[in-house]
Design a protein around this ligand. Structure first.
Ligand code: CU
Length: 124
């Protein structure tokens, strides 16, 4: 009877434990604007990277790398209502680019990745 009670308690507690581990998982990129290998018209651009978990926006990084290898640090817009996202705005000229991202998840793990995309001449 006693061991049964312990088993029942474990069965109750285990899902809570796994749920709390899930909340603190490190950041995996789920979606973005622009899309990976996507294209978008030249001009003012909103950049959004969406992750599976909350991000420390102030200690994450977005760097825009142009075809000539020049690097621009993008300003991350702090938005406490979109804790899973990194957002920025920039002006883009036609060409090929890579956004090199570095995301600090709340579990202290940093993940990195590259998001290549193309900017096409804007419609007249
Ligand atoms: Cu982690």
């Amino acid at each position: 009877m006693r061991s049964f009670r312990h088993l029942a308690m474990f069965a109750f507690a285990a899902p809570l434990l796994f749920a709390s581990l899930g909340v603190s998982a490190h950041a995996i990129l789920l979606d973005s604007t622009p899309k990976v290998n996507g294209s978008q018209p030249a001009g003012p651009a909103a950049i959004t990277l969406k992750f599976n978990s909350k991000i420390d926006q102030e200690r994450s990084r977005l760097v825009l790398i142009a075809a000539d290898h020049s690097e621009t640090l993008l300003h991350i817009i702090i938005d406490s209502h979109k804790r899973n996202e990194l957002e920025s705005e920039t002006e883009l000229k036609p060409g090929t680019y890579v956004i090199r991202w570095q995301a600090l998840a709340l579990d202290g793990h940093i993940t990195r990745g590259e998001l290549p995309f193309t900017v096409t001449a804007s419609a007249p």
